[in-house]
Design a protein around this ligand. Structure first.
Ligand code: F6P
Length: 349
């Protein structure tokens, strides 16, 4: 009997650990006697039938490497009726028995829809934002949190030398996980996240209070989606880099760090600088944990295909590797709960 073919793709923003996941999928699939094809540049590769055969050597040496050897894009196969038709037709023409989609909310949202439409897809969760519903851990988050923590450590030494307030803007979109965890780990003096809007005046007061007790520098961590109310506008809106929507309807966030720094300069009169960590947070080698997570999630994704499952996401729930329905992941975000923020707040000021 002819061997069945499994496809693998990575979609959305890249992150460390994607290659470890691709390697796990390919190695496990070959061992289970499937053919494997790599789909280039996420859903874009499905739309253009840009696929290539993968063997054991295709994934040799990629475990510690950042980025994704498959490439990625923010293409949405469910953008309109025509794109849906193309995606369905190409899935059949490529001859896919099943597809492993490694991605965040957008990529896995499309995976859920394909599966609903009768095309077998299994999801593997990745995102540095940590905002994916249905799993306690996503590939890339740990590495990004370590990079951001290292940056905060480094900002501490220069902030102290110059008696400055350092504002650091951290990625995370509408969820504050990355800012919160790196802020806690790095000993930030204040952490601003989207889930809990604040007034700029209160942030300034916390900085002033800290300086009153003899500290002459502060680290203010600001999540890119944080909502801060400034006296001049009276609004606590997200600050946007661009209003242009991507194919999944997302605006580009960015600029809140600069806004917070301007307000702090005015309200405290302290010398204030801004660091926007940006895509540095998504680059370089994955941590050991991200490699282990990616390996487990990837192998288990293929095991699900072997069992004839579709529409599931390989996941880590309550410390156990398991799988959850992709449908449950659709349209929901895993946000920071109040009790988590309360812990961070113990160290504010
Ligand atoms: O979702 C991951 C992420 O890095 C977000 O934290 C950030 O807002 C966005 O992607 C940046 O997207 P791009 O890579 O398109 O600049």
């Amino acid at each position: 009997m002819a061997k069945k073919t499994i496809g693998v793709l990575t979609g959305g923003g890249d992150c460390p650990g994607l290659n470890a996941a691709i390697r796990a999928v390919v190695r496990k699939a070959l061992r289970a006697d499937f053919n494997v094809v790599g789909v280039r540049r996420g859903w874009k590769g499905l739309m253009t039938k840009d696929v290539f055969p993968m063997d054991i050597n295709s994934v040799s040496g990629i475990l510690p490497k950042g980025g994704t050897i498959l490439g990625t894009s923010r293409t949405n196969p469910y953008k309109d009726d025509d794109s849906v038709k193309t995606a369905h037709a190409n899935f059949k023409e490529i001859g896919l028995h099943a597809l492993v989609a490694i991605g965040g909310e957008d990529t896995l949202g499309a995976a859920a829809k394909l599966s609903r439409d009768g095309f077998p897809v299994i999801g593997v969760p990745k995102t540095i934002d940590g905002d994916l519903w249905g799993t306690d851990a996503t590939i890339g988050f740990d590495t990004a949190a370590n990079i951001a923590t290292d940056a905060i450590d480094r900002l501490h030494t220069t902030a102290e030398s110059h008696n400055r307030v350092m504002v650091v803007e951290i990625m995370g979109r509408h969820a504050g996980w990355l800012a919160l965890q790196s802020g806690i780990a790095g000993g930030a003096d204040i952490i601003l996240i989207p889930e809990f809007p604040v007034q700029a005046r209160d942030v300034a007061d916390a900085v002033l209070k800290r300086h009153d007790r003899g500290k002459n520098f502060s680290i203010v961590v600001v999540s890119e989606g944080a909502k801060v109310e400034f006296a001049d506008t009276g609004e606590a809106e997200e600050v946007l880099r661009s209003r242009e929507l991507d194919e999944f309807g997302h605006v580009a966030l960015g600029g809140i760090g600069e806004r917070v720094a301007t307000a702090l300069r005015r309200l405290t009169k302290f010398d204030t600088r801004v660091t926007v960590l940006g895509h540095v947070q998504r680059g370089g080698a994955p941590t050991a944990w991200d490699r282990i997570l990616a390996t487990n999630l990837g192998v288990r994704a293929v095991e699900l295909i072997e069992k004839g499952k579709s529409g599931r996401m390989s996941a880590l729930v309550d410390g156990k590797f398991t799988d959850v329905p992709l449908e449950d992941v659709l349209g929901k975000l895993r946000l920071v709960p109040k009790e988590q923020y309360d812990i961070a707040q113990v160290f504010f000021g």
